[in-house]
Design a protein around this ligand. Structure first.
Ligand SMILES: Cc1cc2nc3c(=O)[nH]c(=O)nc-3n(C[C@H](O)[C@H](O)[C@H](O)COP(=O)(O)OP(=O)(O)OC[C@H]3O[C@@H](n4cnc5c(N)ncnc54)[C@H](O)[C@@H]3O)c2cc1C
Length: 403
């Protein structure tokens, strides 16, 4: 079966679904092709911190009802070291900006609902997805659906299929420059049925390694521990996890996370990755398909959203003005933000984790770094403005949205 559309979107994660919605609002037709089931895509436990700009974008796109109902506005974070927590106040340092904690599961659920309401096509469980004719003006996406072969002919393909997708590997060898750093540790993450004991995230550097306290809702705590990158989750009983969480997180004033039943646990390796340019011919990469950050800076989902704003505006420019100008700018514009987010995420990661090959000097320097950060208004302002998100590369109006 052959379909014709303007933009074929591969992947129904945050990047693909946000792009589909932005194109819909601009009257641009799209087909979204996803190889997993709807339930799988929604249930995947991942990000939870939304920058102010991501929240504003979702509001401007009319997909923020759930976020406004259940999102938890956070006006700062704690940085904890040597047994003491230090607060960094975002609104005070950034002219009123904050972050919102709202699970990626919920973001994706809301965006799928919004997509279904538009009645535009969204195929789950598509098999053997492939892209072709990328350097022509009519690229194609092929897949099998319900046992039948499908072909989508389009003007552009948006590769929103994440780090392990097929779009980036479909670009001929030698076109992309790859920049990568693999960290010598991973995160053991848990979800626990426990009311958060702090209203804000707590980032801890402990002599036994990094730990992060966060939350998903007023009844669910999300916690992370630094572990070796190849650590098997089977080595960690629930009791061992709680022992280590409490050992690293408890502060001298007696603050510690509440304990509850662990409902999900997994180990994620940490990597920084950029593929440039984020385009080949008529294929445009967005989100994790083009770049990965370690989760310490909470930037991954937010970068996916900022790529989509720039790509949506560029496609609007093409269909509205018949001009390739904004599409030609897409990669450079996105990469400026991507590299700043990479730098911030690398800095947060290296300052807060203990590296197997570090020296005693390195550890004292980390402590001095955190001491300076939490005692200098200039240093706190720098962290705050990056954490809540740097200004958008393009205006909402230029992407067809009301600010
Ligand atoms: C443990 C963890 C914690 C994180 N915490 C944060 C955080 O606090 N804040 C933050 O901003 N980010 C965080 N992130 C990162 C964030 O989850 C990702 O950056 C985000 O999911 C990127 O969205 P995406 O749409 O680009 O990619 P994805 O979410 O990976 O979506 C890609 C989609 O493409 C589909 N796909 C893959 N291959 C194919 C194919 N061949 N055909 C069709 N479809 C395909 C996938 O099934 C998926 O649905 C975290 C990540 C992890 C793992």
């Amino acid at each position: 079966m052959t379909h014709r559309t303007q933009v074929a979107i591969v992947g129904a994660g945050p990047a693909g679904l946000l792009l589909g919605q932005l194109l819909h609002l601009n009257g641009i037709d799209s087909v979204i092709v996803e190889n997993r089931s709807r339930e799988y895509v929604i249930d995947r436990v991942r990000a939870g911190v939304l920058e102010q700009g991501t929240v504003d974008l979702m509001k401007a796109m009319g997909v923020s009802a759930g976020l406004e109902r259940a999102g938890l506005r956070h006006e700062g974070v704690y940085i904890s070291f040597l047994g003491q927590r230090h607060h960094i106040n975002f609104p005070e340092l950034t002219g009123g900006k904050a972050i919102t904690v709202y699970g990626q599961n919920e973001v994706v659920r809301d965006l799928i609902d919004a997509r279904l309401e538009t009645s535009r096509p969204l195929y789950f469980e598509a098999e053997d997805v492939s892209v072709g004719d990328l350097d022509s003006t009519t690229p194609t996406v092929h897949f099998r659906y319900d046992g039948a072969e499908q072909e989508v002919r389009c003007d552009f393909i948006a590769g929103c299929d994440g780090f392990h997708g097929i779009c980036r590997p479909s670009i001929p060898a030698g076109v992309l420059a790859i920049y990568e750093r693999i960290y010598p540790f991973g995160w053991l993450g848990i979800l626990a049925e426990a009311a958060p004991s702090s209203e804000e995230l707590v980032y801890t550097l402990h002599e036994r390694g990094f730990a992060l306290f966060s939350m998903r809702s007023p009844k669910v705590t999300r916690l992370y521990l630094q572990v070796p990158p190849d650590e098997s989750i089977d080595n960690w009983s629930d009791d061992a996890i709680w022992d280590e969480m409490l050992r690293r997180m408890t502060t001298r004033d007696g603050w510690k996370p509440n304990i509850g039943r662990i409902t999900q646990k997994s180990v994620t390796p940490m990597r920084s990755f950029v593929a440039a340019p984020m385009r080949y011919g008529r294929l445009f990469l967005a989100g994790d398909a083009a770049h990965i950050v370690p989760p310490t800076g909470a930037k991954g989902l937010n970068l996916a959203a900022s790529d989509v704003l720039v790509l949506g505006r560029a496609l609007k420019g093409f269909y509205g003005r018949g001009s390739m100008e904004w599409l030609d700018e897409y990669s450079d514009l996105c990469l400026r933000r991507v590299w700043k987010a990479q730098r911030f995420s690398w800095w947060m990661t290296s300052t807060l984790h203990r590296s197997p090959d570090e020296t005693a000097f390195d550890h004292q320097r980390q402590i001095a770094d955190l001491d300076y950060l939490t005692s200098s208004r200039a240093a706190m302002t720098s962290l705050a403005e990056q954490y809540v998100g740097l200004p958008a590369e393009v205006s909402f109006e230029s992407a067809g949205l009301k600010a």
